[in-house]
Design a protein around this ligand. Structure first.
Ligand code: CTP
Length: 402
């Protein structure tokens, strides 16, 4: 897949710049041709000679380079790229790109490039969480720029949190999918994501910790691979991925109605949402007052089981469910697969570190209708999304999984 491909790798000034050297090595080993563009700040951390030696090619540094001006450096780099990756990408680079500033070789090349662009941010966790940076990430994603979620852990600056550059191998695996075939052209996916909210009164609701990350990652990955994607999402704080049709809903019943209206045209369903099983028996029109009572009894009613209902529909669409469990993972997941008539259930144990709600990674166990099981190692939700789509395609093509 990498054989003969042109990858332009931008390196910004951050301590993670040293890891970009390993990334070049992985690309070159896989057969790609790599052109490295370094910002001035990157050269404070690693020398151009390191990248030149590993890529076997000159390293690009200056916007106006008399030796190369005949071919207009940034345009020829942008034109030749099959993929443009920036790793590490600093807060400065994200900000400049979101604002349309192109004042050096890397930012001009990024703006002139029509190939897929992947930014791999690495920075202090407070910078990553800063509202200005969040806004830039949302905006860039809306423009179709891929942004990998940073990893969480101990940062070079001494802080602990989200902001670490993911390992080169993970970046490499993700770029494989960006270069990969558009193998979902012709498929229409229905993906549900996030929690549902069941309102008690105008200011209170019942809900859960789902952040929507897994479902959004599947929707994004499927769109990248050429599928038409309907994303039915409960309330989450994230922007719809580029090219995806977003259907925002609040409650389980709204999600049910939207899913049922869309499903007829869909060939695959990923039921990632964490749907509330119950809702308050009545929604109070006014705020519930506590009065003198020391306790309050809530009466709840069952919500429709959307997935079970989908499993009873005729047709040969693929049905993929999720099971988040805190005990007896495989038994509960297998029971869900059978009761809801699924092709595949993606089970994750919420007690395992790096799995489940609100984290960037997931550790899942796959259970297939034919009795087969598969354990996947811990990986980013972006990468897992692609793995799940691979499995769905193989189920579609062969009717079974190996
Ligand atoms: N699901 C659904 N509608 C519901 C509840 C769940 O479509 N009312 C779907 C979820 O989107 C998920 C799967 O069913 O794909 C399993 O959800 P989960 O909450 O783990 O399980 P439940 O079936 O609700 O079973 P339990 O609460 O007993 O674990």
């Amino acid at each position: 897949m990498f054989e003969g491909k042109e990858i332009v790798l931008g390196v910004c000034g951050g301590i993670a710049a040293y890891k970009a050297a390993e990334l070049v090595r992985l690309y070159v080993k896989a057969g790609a041709r790599v052109s490295v563009v370094m910002t001035a700040a990157a050269r404070q951390f690693v020398t151009p000679l390191t990248f030149q030696t590993l890529s076997g090619r000159p390293v690009f540094l200056e916007l106006f380079d008399p030796a190369r001006e005949q071919e207009i450096g940034h345009i020829s780099l942008a034109d030749r790229a099959d993929l443009l990756v920036v790793a590490p990408a600093t807060a400065n680079l994200l900000g400049k790109m979101a604002a349309g500033i192109a004042d050096d070789l890397l930012t001009t090349t990024l703006m002139a490039c029509k190939a897929p662009r992947l930014l791999v941010p690495a920075m202090n966790s407070n910078m990553w969480e800063d509202p200005i940076c969040r806004r830039n990430v949302v905006q860039l994603r809306e423009f179709g720029v891929q942004i990998m979620e940073p990893a969480t852990g101990m940062l070079a600056c001494g802080w602990e949190g989200q902001g670490k550059m993911p390992e080169p191998q993970e970046i490499f695996d993700l770029t494989r999918n960006l270069l990969g075939p558009r193998d979902l052209v012709g498929e229409t996916l229905l993906v549900t994501a996030g929690p549902t909210r069941e309102e008690l009164d105008p200011m209170r609701f019942l809900s859960n910790h789902s952040s929507g990350r897994m479902g959004y990652a599947i929707a994004r990955a499927a769109a990248e691979r050429g599928a038409r994607v309907h994303l039915v999402s409960g309330p989450v704080e994230r922007a719809a991925p580029a090219g995806v049709e977003l259907h925002p809903v609040i409650s389980a019943r709204e999600m049910h109605d939207r899913v049922m209206a869309l499903v007829k045209d869909c060939s695959m369903v990923f039921k990632t949402a964490a749907v509330a099983d119950f809702r308050p028996a009545c929604r109070h029109a006014q705020k519930i007052k506590k009065g003198a009572d020391l306790s309050l009894r809530l009466e709840l009613r069952r919500n429709p089981d959307i997935l079970a209902e989908l499993g009873r529909l005729p047709g040969d669409r693929l049905l993929i469910g999720f099971a988040a469990e805190t005990e007896h993972l495989r038994e509960h997941a297998r029971r869900k697969l059978e009761e809801k008539n699924l092709d595949l259930v993606v089970a994750n144990d919420l007690t395992v570190e790096g799995a489940g709600f609100g984290v960037e990674t997931n550790v899942v166990h796959l259970l297939y209708r034919n009795g087969k099981e598969e354990e996947l190692p811990r990986m980013s939700k972006d990468l897992l999304a692609h793995r799940l789509l691979d499995r769905a395609l193989s189920l579609r093509q062969t009717g079974t999984f190996h």
